[in-house]
Design a protein around this ligand. Structure first.
Ligand code: SF4
Length: 105
């Protein structure tokens, strides 16, 4: 998260992290809805995901490859759009009944 996403960025006085904590997730164990295609060196698009994902699902591992932990995925589709031309990831919605449960208010 950046300073720009700090308190009051949501217009509610809450930090983005505090708002995200309100959501609930039902993880479809063993059936990730996003997978990264195997790579030795990540493309620029793949590297961009480590900064662009609002839930912080993407990170670089010690070998320099990008990996994803999608348990907190918001299903916003940002990563899908960024990698649309490169095909670095395979993106699907979770199966019915799984995924993010947004809590409003
Ligand atoms: S869909 Fe959105 S929240 Fe989910 S992994 Fe992609 S960028 Fe992150």
């Amino acid at each position: 998260m950046t300073d720009a996403m700090d308190a009051n960025a949501t217009g509610t006085g809450f930090k983005v992290e505090e708002k995200l904590f309100q959501n609930r997730y039902l993880v479809d164990v063993g059936r990730p809805h996003i997978t990264i295609k195997p790579h030795d060196v990540p493309s620029k698009a793949l590297l961009a995901l480590t900064h662009a994902c609002p839930a912080g699902c993407y990170s670089k591992n010690d070998s320099g490859q990008v990996e994803a932990t999608i348990d907190g995925c918001l299903e916003c589709g940002t990563c899908r759009v960024i990698t649309a031309k490169t095909g670095d990831i395979e993106w699907n919605y979770p199966r019915g009944g799984f995924g993010v449960l947004f809590k409003f208010g």
